[in-house]
Design a protein around this ligand. Structure first.
Ligand SMILES: [Zn+2]
Length: 148
């Protein structure tokens, strides 16, 4: 049986049986008209409004673009403080916000740190995606744009 996800539309259905900590993908889409990507996947392009799209799962080739520590979050399921990371998926031109690796120390994951998307089991038993420090696969290109 598939676990309950906080926002199941963010993860492809075939990845929703993943064990906590296992690599998963995010359900993004690429517009058939303009080629831009959207996350979460939408039936209508958020950029140009065209209706056609194809799934573009995001799993690798991402790195930290920025981090912040959240000390208060209304209705939080996870104990504060925790690190959120803005992960840049260079191949899709998308930045995705998610719970980051580490407890509450953003210096542990400086900009450019390679990440992977993993399943996370929350204290209330539901599942969500999170970022873990990952490794780059051959051919991955990180386009952070912080350097020259
Ligand atoms: Zn479009």
């Amino acid at each position: 049986m598939t676990a309950e996800w906080i926002a199941e539309e963010l993860v492809p259905v075939e990845d929703r049986d993943a064990a906590p900590g296992a690599p998963i993908r995010l359900a993004a889409s690429r517009c058939s008209s303009c080629g831009r990507c959207s996350f979460p996947a939408t039936g209508t392009c958020t950029w140009c409004g065209a209706p056609g799209f194809e799934p573009m799962p995001l799993s690798h080739g991402t790195a930290v673009a920025a981090t912040a520590v959240l000390h208060q979050t209304p209705g939080a399921v996870v104990e504060v403080p925790f690190v959120v990371a803005l992960a840049r998926f260079g191949q899709a031109g998308l930045d995705v916000l998610g719970r980051g690796p580490g407890a509450a120390d953003p210096t542990a994951v400086p900009a450019g740190t390679a990440l992977r998307v993993v399943a996370e089991s929350l204290p209330d038993g539901r599942m969500h995606y999170a970022f873990a420090v990952g490794w780059l696969a051959a051919g991955d290109r990180i386009g952070i744009g912080l350097g020259p």
